[in-house]
Ligand binder design. Sequence first.
Ligand code: GAL
Length: 949
Amino acid sequence: MSAVDRREGSVVLDGTWRFQLLPAPGAPLGEQWGEAPVPGCWTMHDPRDLPHYTNVQMPFPHHPPFVPDDNPTGVYERDIEIPAEWAGRRTVLLVGAAESVLIAEIDGEQIGIGKDSHLASEFDITGAVTPGRRYTLRLTVVKWSDASHIEDQDQWWHGGITRSVRLHSTDPLHLDDVAVRAEQDGTLRVDCRVRGPLTDGWSVSAELEGYGSLAQDTAHDAANRALGRVSDFLGEARLSTTVADVRPWSAESPVLYALTVRLHRADGSVADTSHHRIGFRTVEIRGRDLLINGDRVFIRGVNRHDFHPLTGRVVTEDDLRADLVTVKRFGFNAVRTSHYPNDPALLDLADELGLYVVDEADIESHDHAHEIADDPRYLPAFVERVSRMVLRDKNHPSVIVWSLGNESDYGAHHDAAAAWVRRHDPTRPVQYEGAAKTDWSSTDIASDIVCPMYASLEEITAHARSGEQTKPLILCEYSHAMGNSNGTLADHWAEIETTPGLQGGFIWEFWDHGILQRTADGLPAGPGATGGYTNGTTAPGYRWAYGGDFGDTPNDGAFCADGMVFPDRTPKPAMYEHRELAAPLRLSYDGTGVTVHNRQHVTGLARLRAAWLIGAEESGTRVVPVPLPDVPPGACAPLALPPELPQGTDELWLTLRVTTADDLPWAPADTEICTPRIRLRERPAVFTGAPAGGAVETDSEGLLVHPLLTAPPVLSLWRAPTDNDLLGGAAGRWRDWGLDALVRKPVSVTRDGNGRVTAVAEYPTAAGTVVHEQILTALADGSVLVEESATLPAGLHDVARVGSVLETAAGPDTFEWYGLGPWESYPDRCAGGAVAHHRARVDDLFTPYLRPQESGGRSGVRAFSLTRPDGTGLAVRLDVPRQVSVTRHRAADLAAAAHHDELTPRAGCVVHIDAAHRGLGTASCGPDTLPPYLIAPGTHRWTWSIRTL
Ligand code: GAL
């Protein structure tokens, strides 16, 4: 494995190959060959072996290194022709990745075996082929092996050839490896290893585009000293230069320089050439800070798997670019390649677009972690997987940290692998979560960074303040994005930004791993399927499959649907939360003027443009462009307020819509980057002294009767459990208490002389009785004022919501609101968006989380309407900003469904108006929401009005 890129001039063997799927490696081949795409996972197109999802548990009970006898084995075959012009050259077969054991044969002769499902296998086949002749190339891929036990990552199991297959040739005298070290100060060192037959001599030259040749410092000619040698190692050469006025590479400003390295024969002619795009940057750890070019940069990272809903694990360069462009647009500056080296194209793109990468080795032995970490039979695999990754990726400026793998306990193998890396590449730190797990302060371990997963805010801040911290603390995983999640992200970042020693982390994770499945036959739609999905939602006849949906047992259900984007890369609402928290600029307001703060490290604000969004409750929302001063990085400057602000006393918010001014490599001009907001005027009290009207129409229980309502407002304490509610335990308590099946027991109905109706009801639960009072008053403007209170007994210490639920008749299809929007928001996830007037189709308010659950809420709603196309409908006003949701589904409908195709939208709207709504937290894996976002027992009051439009 080397860092010399041989893609140029190679013969690409991708396409349709002959294929047979055997039940086990020794099984006889059949007469009949089928076809399969290469690259491709057979699990995505062959019904005999479908995708299987497990997290920690292995899919079979065997202990390492054993595997089942039933062991799907794919035999891929095609004819190849070795180009005649390769005569006299060295010919190499490269299989980008095969899952899992690869056996290569040419015309029936075995030429090699490879393991590691996420790194290439290279075979020098010079001796096995004659240029100009045709051969049969057979690649046999065996699904299970000893290596499966160290590829036990939390993802679907597949089988196949998952990356490109190519042939390339080199001169017999060739560059075996090129190692580039380019520092922020302009120093550049290039180390080359040379292989070939014994020669009269050789030399290496290197040229940096725009700066000329590098000087050769040293050359070590092994050939001269090794007469009679058997190795083809000829020696090494080191070249160097110092580039004056270098523009350093960083995620913010990814400046790349073209470097060309040439290997010359004794007569000066060129035998081999290697092209590199290099970046000058320095990574160092000083005290407890990780510094990039001397700067303490916050790591706003995301974990990313290679995933595609149609191909399983096969991703094209376009897919990779689309992923990274999305990552950049939502404010991330870092990616952890969880949990294996990605296609090399990903690193080229990270270099180009500007992303810091934690490059992770393909090692996870989760189910048998303790056993394997010190089992000497696995030592070579650990060291080899780490070292081959480092050898391949070391020249990428984007790679700032090497990771020894994931969830494999901590053993001698890790120390061995870390020692190899530290010696081979002293320019980057090494991290491994398992090494720093038990004692965050220890120094003598295989991790230069403390990189816990899912640690609570309390724990990490306590460590940073303990005086014991010896290393940077960057969470390798946090804020588990399963379903409707990522609550308290803002709380996290508030602590991280103000606590020395805390430097960020990587959200778990980018993808929801839903595979597009045809509901008719239950099979994966597979490579090439078209039209099965849009905007995160599947079309009729399809669904997003998760664990168990292919009959795969054992499985871990929907735990693979835990990403910030849907399986088609549509961003979930939590992405906007992250975007805001990571915004390049922030605003502050001191009561008279606004200041804009540039929070970047190297770039000014000139590449951005802005407009004020003026949101006044009474007078509507307007957009006014504002010139953005070009504030230098880290500095601030005044920002002009809009000239004509709405007069009056109603609430007034300003949101700055910041967009890209020009095309950037990751965002065309006018892409929205962030929407920071400030409040200029407080909301005055509402419903004070509103004049009374006539009598309110109610039913015999005192509940509102209204022509547009099919169900009057009653108390709701429950929501369709989110994944966090389910896996964190809250949903179980709610069910035990009976909150999902509340029964209203009328206690009294009284009507006063003015037609005001007071209805008192009890809602018995297993944890005590809730008393609910609702007072209905007709107001002179034709609206009905609804004043409610609910008193929760001490036993109901953590409910989902306290509020009213009502249902409308069919008709209203448009929701307009003044409040936070346009995206879904919840009390602990409401940093993004604008407080303004928003409008949406009712059908679009719902968020299609893969397993149906509470969704579609909007925080801070002050007023809303639900209207038919002719403008008639309902208008609601709220006493204070509250959580509101409008969907086509009752909570019970959502809770009963496992997939969206099981849901039938109701014709009317289900409307929740909440006095209190529990935060989302991240308890499906990690901390729950924080105490301020929990609902305390006691009395809750809320008031609202409803009017016919
Ligand atoms: C971590 C693990 C990830 C994933 C996550 C939960 O423990 O490293 O691979 O399983 O939890 O989704």
